[in-house]
Design a protein around this ligand. Structure first.
Ligand code: BGC
Length: 752
């Protein structure tokens, strides 16, 4: 760069912006030219499904059908075109990546990118154009059966991981479909319930991850959710899809409905929704798709003059734009020959393992019980149904056919070989049929099996070490689509079982697999080691063994607060959950740690918490350079040292606190983080770049982001409650604080 004269940079910038403008202009031209050659029937044929997972094209113009597939942690197994059964292909077994709550626990942006690359490459190999993921809904209620498919309770963290995930998928020539837009946070009544939230909460909690996904991730498609928002279904709300999504968030891509989320021809036709998918029509075969709201009923209404053809054109333009972005028009379909060899390649499987390894969160490790020394144990008892369970085919729309799935028990056998004798006992039984559909559950969830407990206790008593592997599963009412959880308790009598195991053998390591927090029973008081993970994919068992026996140092941290009791959760304290026709998000901004910290409620484990086999020290907090220009990012730097005896990774978190403000603000909000890898004794300086937005709140009067001068505190730490460094600074006042954009002169007055 040194030898390049400054004007050449300017020329380069002008040239690039010229190219972009020319590209857009030529794209628009191409779109208009295609549109002008299409009949009304052909256009409408593009606006709805023509199989369960494809929407129509116009072959004579080189416009292909669009092929969709579910994510988020692998390409869904191929289904029948006109029904929900498996197509029973023999070549669609793919990489089964860890669930999104596992990815988020890594707090690792590079891994999120790799995750997306694997998913995108395998989608393409399966001939798919759109990957229906990631979901960025916020963990508002811990009972939502789909939280494990989303990232976090925190909007910033969700966005930070969604961005590289999406870029990874799209780098492979596959569009990411960010979902479920918007405010879809429960299964109960989700097809009819209306989510009611105030404007500030909407902008500060529920939109930022979508905003990041669209503006920074460049997500090419968005899925409109099942529920209603402010009384209107998401698929027919102009407020949601036109004002917010396309207006405020600047989305210019294609909106697809969730499967069976469209209810009306006119309202859907006239808002920013483009493609109707999965509508529940009786019958089978191709003909049923003509009955979709955006199929024959729309054709008739346009022909009658009830709906203008321009409403149709607008949607077709969005679809064509997507096709041009993916370079699909006039091209051969994605090459699916030799498909099996492109799926679950050794490189992809090893990425799945790496992500799993970084996703473990060590919650307790008294007396340094972990890592285990394999040389110390010859007789190990492995107890718990999750030790032998496979998860790839469960959970709802995420189900996939994993090329293989190493269970924890297999992983332990692989790791230990003949060096130890492993005896297994289940202790309890999973029960996929335990629930009735809907919110109401049978009590089989509570049922323990005395015979199985007895057997497990006897096995544990004989062993030198017990590894308990339990938690939740994809059973209905657990971590599964279509149902909410009845409570946060460990199902099938696991509390009772753990109590008995710890009594007979205190040398017990407890591993809880669950897509989110669970309530811990009395047994926790006697447990020395507690390790948590989500559903960890095809290499999960191998990853677990490596963490337990110390080949991998756990480095995950919680992305959602673990409460002591469900009743402590803000949606229960203030709010409404699950609501009936309406669910009012009365807790407002006070979601997750924002609530626990502002209201000083003690969590079981706080947001951002997670231990390591080594230790880290923080020092030298600096804000440098001083922030003078509100349009520029400002730097915060500090050092981290690995003060222990082994290699490890630390997730340093930065929270902002405004000491006084005219509106109520949560006492802390995550605004930056970095995962740092350090050898024993090594130090590293970390610099986080914060945009002006990091200090702002959403002002409902001016409908814009606003900063209020005053004293702020920057807090840097190992978790939301383990703050190691902090510094106050003043954001100085300027006269006549403007709403919206600032003049150059005003900018200069903002000096810290
Ligand atoms: C889910 C979506 C999914 C779609 C297609 C729906 O039930 O809500 O997340 O993409 O099905 O399988």
């Amino acid at each position: 760069m040194k030898n390049i004269p400054p004007y050449s940079l300017l020329i380069l910038i002008l040239f690039t912006s010229c190219l972009t403008r020319n590209k857009t202009a030529s794209q628009d031209k191409q779109i208009e030219s295609l549109l002008s050659q299409m009949t009304l029937e052909e256009k409408i044929g593009m606006l709805h499904g023509n199989t369960m997972f494809s929407s129509g094209g116009v072959p004579r113009l080189g416009i292909p059908d669009l092929q969709y597939s579910d994510g988020p942690h692998g390409v869904r197994l191929e289904g029948e075109p006109y029904g929900w059964k498996s197509a029973e292909w023999t070549n669609d077994a793919c990489t089964y990546l860890p669930a999104l709550t596992a990815l988020s626990a890594t707090w690792n942006r590079e891994l999120a990118h790799l995750y997306g690359e694997v998913l995108g490459a395998e989608c393409k190999a399966r001939g798919k154009h759109v990957s229906l993921a990631p979901g960025v809904n916020i963990h508002r209620s811990l009972l939502n059966g789909r939280n494990w498919e989303y990232f976090s309770e925190d909007p910033y963290l969700s966005g930070e991981l969604a961005v590289p995930y999406i870029q990874g998928v799209q780098s492979q020539g596959v569009a990411s479909c960010v979902k479920h837009f918007a405010l879809n946070s429960q299964a109960y009544n989700q097809y009819t319930v209306s989510s009611e939230v105030d404007d500030r909460t909407l902008h500060e909690i529920y939109l930022p991850a979508f905003e990041a996904a669209i503006q920074r991730g460049g997500a090419m498609t968005v899925m409109a959710a099942y529920n209603k928002v402010r009384g209107l279904w998401c698929t027919e709300s102009s407020y949601l899809l036109d004002s917010l999504l396309r207006g405020e968030l600047g989305f210019d891509g294609m909106v697809v409905s969730d499967w069976n989320a469209v209810h009306n021809t006119e309202r859907t036709a006239l808002c920013g929704m483009d493609v109707e998918m999965g509508t529940n029509i009786k019958g089978n075969g191709k003909e049923m798709f003509k009955q979709y709201y955006l199929a024959d009923p729309l054709l008739q209404k346009v022909q009658n003059g009830e709906i203008p053809e321009e409403a149709v054109n607008r949607k077709v333009r969005n679809i064509l734009k997507l096709m041009l972005r993916l370079d699909l028009i006039g091209k051969a379909p994605y090459d699916t020959t030799g498909m099996a060899a492109k799926l679950a390649t050794p490189a992809h499987c090893s990425i799945a393992r790496e992500i799993a390894e970084e996703s473990f969160v060590l919650l307790r490790n008294s007396n340094h019980m972990l890592p285990l020394n394999p040389a110390h144990y010859k007789k190990i008892a492995v107890i718990g149904a999750n030790a032998k369970e496979v998860f790839a085919r469960g959970g709802g729309s995420t189900k996939l056919k994993a090329k293989y799935e190493i269970t924890p028990l297999e992983g332990l056998h692989n790791f230990l070989g003949d060096s130890a004798q492993i005896e297994y006992a289940a202790g309890y039984k999973l029960n996929k049929k335990a629930y009735k559909v809907g919110h109401w559950f049978t009590n089989e969830f509570e049922t323990s099996d005395p015979q199985l407990i007895k057997q497990a206790v006897a096995t544990a008593a004989k062993a030198e070490l017990v590894i308990y592997i339990g938690g939740l599963s994809h059973d209905h009412g657990s971590d599964c689509e279509g149902y909410d959880k009845p409570d946060l308790k460990l199902p099938y009598g696991q509390d009772q079982l753990l109590e008995a195991l710890l009594e007979v053998n205190p040398n017990t390591v407890v591993v809880l697999m669950a897509g989110g927090p669970v309530e811990l029973g009395k047994w926790y008081e006697h447990a020395n080691a507690l390790l948590h993970c989500s559903f960890i994919g095809m290499e999960g068992g191998n990853a677990l063994a490596r963490v337990l026996f110390g080949e991998v140092n756990p480095s995950g941290k919680l992305t959602t607060t673990w409460c002591k009791r469900l009743e402590d959760m803000p949606d229960h304290v203030f709010g409404e959950y699950p609501g009936n026709d309406t669910v009012r998000f009365k807790e407002g901004l006070m979601v997750g740690y924002r609530y626990f910290d502002t209201y000083q409620i003690a969590p079981q484990f706080e947001f951002g918490y997670g231990l390591s086999y080594t230790s880290f020290e923080y020092s030298d907090l600096k804000m440098n350079p001083i922030w003078k220009d509100p349009d520029k990012e400002f730097d915060v730097s500090f050092s981290i040292t690995n003060t222990g005896k082994r290699y490890g990774q630390e997730i340093a978190q930065l929270y902002i606190h405004q000491q006084q403000c005219s509106v109520k603000r949560p006492v802390k909000e995550l605004k930056g983080f970095e995962k740092v890898s350090l050898e024993a004794g090594e130090s590293r300086q970390v610099t986080l770049k914060l945009p002006r937005r990091a200090l702002q709140y959403y002002d409902v009067i001016s409908k814009s982001w606003k900063d209020e001068p005053g004293i702020f505190t920057i807090q840097v730490g190992a978790s939301s409650r383990d703050i190691r460094l902090q510094k106050d600074f003043e954001l100085k006042k300027i006269k006549n604080q403007p709403q919206g954009s600032y003049s150059e002169k005003q900018k200069k007055k903002y000096v810290i």
